[in-house]
Ligand binder design. Structure first.
Ligand SMILES: *Cc1c(COP(=O)(O)O)cnc(C)c1O
Length: 358
């Protein structure tokens, strides 16, 4: 038996979710986004489960190097690109593709004499105001990249949507329109959509889609769970009860004594805490599955433990199984209870949590 938190990873669910991507974007190529250790699911595990995607995307050069050294041969795009000539060297050595989003990167490329070795995605800032060239300078940079010896042609053209998860926000329409206007004359592959974009904005499909969160079975929309969108959660998080004890009316529970016992209560102590990545800010009442039944969190989340109200399960005992999120308890619901988004929960799983592939 595993003592403490463990995560179960369903690799068939990853492939199911990829099929969902393909169903939404049948004509597009798929660049699977596996940055941040594949959203906490394990970079290599997920890369191996996704052998038939057209490319991978990571955020950082070191993530790309890690994949190459593990034997990954697919195209890999580094979404933040390089920030020095040294990093560009590494990109070339490991045959990674780079995003170019700023003038400093362009200046480095212009000094490289080698011929046509580097695959580039040129990024336009259509309103996110994070990375990318403004529409007003985009065409000049595109022309400049045509003149760079080292850059393979054609250069890909991309942008990133800021509000695609809100189907009522026409900001997305304006971003797509601007991108299409500026790039209309160019014979080059285009990419716009993240998970939310490819699910609800058909005009964003373009030549390549860049799904991240949906591959893990998680909804990009704040008010929906992945399962209601036909996705299957990949990760479930589990632990066990390690103590069960009654506390009396009038007592308090846990750090700060912040939870006051209003009725005699049976408390279950679960071996999971923020040291495992369970959210510190999960509110009192956050559901936890004990023996498959919902029990509410009570008291504060501590590093190694949480406490739950087991009054409805008088026969619960140490060793009984607990699920913190998974198929029957959507991670989206837990994220809402902790005032965060599910992305942060799965990304935040820590090293001591054991991973089990099924
Ligand atoms: C993270 C990221 C994605 C994937 O976003 P999801 O919301 O997880 O689908 C796509 N494109 C870029 C540029 C990103 O940074």
């Amino acid at each position: 038996m595993i003592v403490g938190g463990y995560a179960v990873l369903r690799l068939d669910a990853v492939r199911h979710n990829l099929a969902k991507v393909r169903a939404c974007a049948p004509a597009a190529k798929v660049m699977a986004v596996i940055k941040a250790n594949a959203y906490g699911h394990g970079l290599l595990r997920i890369a191996k489960a996704l052998t038939d995607v057209d490319a991978f995307a990571v955020a950082r050069v070191n993530e790309g190097i890690y994949l190459r050294e593990a034997g990954c041969t697919q195209p890999i795009t580094v979404l933040e690109g390089f920030s020095s000539a040294n990093e560009l060297d590494a990109i070339l050595r490991y045959q990674l593709a780079t995003v170019v989003h700023c003038v400093e990167q362009l200046a480095i490329l212009q000094q490289m004499p080698e011929q046509a070795q580097l695959s580039v995605w040129l990024k336009m800032d259509t309103g996110m105001n994070r990375l990318g060239f403004k529409a007003s300078t985009f065409s000049d940079v595109y022309q400049a990249l045509q003149q760079c010896a080292i850059v393979k042609q054609p250069v890909g053209l991309m942008t990133h949507l800021a509000s695609a998860d809100d189907i009522n926000d026409d900001f997305t329409v304006r971003q797509i329109r601007l991108f299409n206007e500026v790039t209309s004359g160019y014979a080059a592959p285009r990419s716009i959509a993240n998970s939310a974009g490819l699910m609800v904005w058909p005009e964003a499909l373009a030549d390549w889609v860049r799904p991240g969160v949906m591959l893990y079975g998680i909804s990009p929309f704040p008010d929906r769970a992945g399962q209601s969108l036909g996705l299957q959660p990949v990760m479930s998080l589990h632990s066990h009860l390690i103590a069960v004890k009654p506390i009396e009316k009038g007592e308090t529970l846990g750090y700060g004594g912040s939870w006051h016992c209003e009725e005699n209560t049976l408390v279950g102590v679960v071996a999971i805490g923020y040291g495992d990545g369970y959210p510190r800010h999960a509110k009192v009442g956050t559901p936890v599955l004990v023996n498959g039944q919902r029990a509410p969190l009570i008291g504060r989340v501590s590093m190694d433990m949480i406490t739950v109200d087991l009054t409805s399960q008088p026969h619960a005992k140490p060793g009984d199984p607990v699920m913190l999120w998974g198929n029957e308890l959507p991670v989206e619901e837990i994220a809402n209870c902790a005032d965060t988004i599910p992305y942060t929960l799965v990304c935040g799983i820590t090293q001591r949590v054991q991973f089990i592939d099924v």
